[in-house]
Design a binder for this molecule. Structure first.
Ligand code: ATP
Ligand code: MG
Length: 247
C-alpha cells in the first residue's frame, strides 16, 4: 500500500526527517510513536504532500507520489486527520460529513451542488456517521460535540472521502479519559470492518497494543525501530530514546 524510501526533509539547514524507509502492507495498522519533536507530524506532512521532500520517495499503491500535491494524493486514496481538531463548528454534524462526501463524489465544489446536495452525498455521509456512532447526533451543531465526539466526526469526514490509507495524527489528543475506549473502538472498526490501512501517531502505548500490527519509533527525525508492539517496548534503544519515560 505504501513504500517510503530514504525519505528526508531539510528546512533551513535543519534535517527534520532523516532517511526514513519502511513499507506498509494493505490492511496493516502501523502506529508511529516517539518523543515530542521527533518528526512524527512532519513525516505525515511529507506523506500527505504538505511538506516538500528533499530526497527519497513515497509510493502509494505502486504510484510514485513524491512530487504530487495534497489534492492529488487525496484523490489517489490517501486521507489524513490533524493533531488539532478541525471541524466546521457552526455547521451540523451531518453537513460537515456531507460536504466531504460531495467533494469526493462531485470531483469539485460547484455552487449548485452546495444549494442542492445530492441524495448520494447524504447516503455516504449517513453511512460514515453510523460507522463512528454519531448517526443520532447528525442534526446537532458540530461545535456542541464533546472532544471525543469531534474526533469521531473527523473520522466520519475522512471515511466520506473513501480513502484506502488513513493517517491519523494523535486522534486521542484532547479527549477525556472516559472517551478513549469508545474512540479506540471506532478506530478499530475503521481498520477491521472498513478494511482501511492505518498509520496512526499515538503516545499512549496501552491504546496501541490492541490495535497496531507494528510500531514505528521516531527519534530525532530518524526511524529508530519498526517491529511488533511487544518487541518495540522491550527494545533498549527505544527505552533510551524515551529516557526512562513510561512507554
Ligand atoms: N515547517 C517547518 N519548518 C521548520 N521546522 C519544522 C517545521 N515543521 C516541523 N518542524 C520542526 O521539526 C521537528 C519535528 O516536529 P514534529 O511536529 O514533526 O514533531 P512530532 O514528533 O510530531 O512532535 P509532537 O509529539 O510534539 O507532536 C521539530 O523540531 C519542529 O520544530
Ligand atoms: Mg506531532
Amino acid at each position: 500500500m505504501l513504500q517510503v524510501a530514504g525519505l528526508t526533509c531539510a528546512i533551513g539547514g535543519a534535517v527534520i526527517v532523516s532517511d526514513v524507509s519502511f513499507d506498509v502492507a494493505p490492511g496493516e495498522f502501523v502506529a508511529v510513536i516517539g518523543p515530542n519533536g521527533a518528526g512524527k507530524t512532519s513525516l505525515f506532512n511529507l506523506l500527505s504532500g504538505l511538506l516538500p521532500v528533499t530526497s527519497g520517495s513515497v509510493t502509494l499503491a505502486g504510484t510514485d507520489i513524491t512530487r504530487a500535491g495534497p489534492a492529488d494524493r487525496a484523490r489517489r486514496g490517501l486521507g489524513r486527520t490533524f493533531q488539532a481538531s478541525s471541524v466546521f463548528a457552526g455547521l451540523t454534524v451531518q453537513e460537515n460529513v456531507r460536504l466531504a462526501a460531495q467533494a469526493r463524489l462531485g470531483g469539485s465544489m460547484r455552487a449548485w451542488q452546495l444549494v442542492r446536495p445530492s441524495d448520494r452525498a447524504y447516503e455516504v455521509a449517513g453511512r460514515a456517521l453510523d460507522r463512528v456512532g454519531l448517526g443520532s447526533r447528525a442534526h446537532l451543531p458540530a461545535g456542541s460535540l464533546s472532544h471525543g465526539d469531534k474526533r469521531k466526526l473527523e473520522l466520519a469526514i475522512l471515511l466520506a472521502t473513501d480513502p484506502a490509507l488513513v493517517l491519523l495524527d494523535e486522534p486521542m489528543a484532547g479527549v477525556s479519559t472516559e472517551e478513549v475506549a469508545g474512540l479506540t473502538e471506532v478506530i478499530a472498526g475503521v481498520h477491521r470492518e472498513e478494511g482501511k490501512t492505518v498509520l496512526m501517531v499515538e503516545h499512549h502505548m496501552d491504546v496501541l497494543l490492541g490495535l497496531a500490527d507494528r510500531v514505528a519509533v521516531m527519534h530525532h527525525g530518524a526511524l529508530l525501530a519498526l517491529d511488533t508492539p511487544a518487541r518495540v517496548t522491550g527494545d533498549p534503544a527505544v527505552q533510551e530514546a524515551y529516557l526512562g519515560d513510561a512507554l
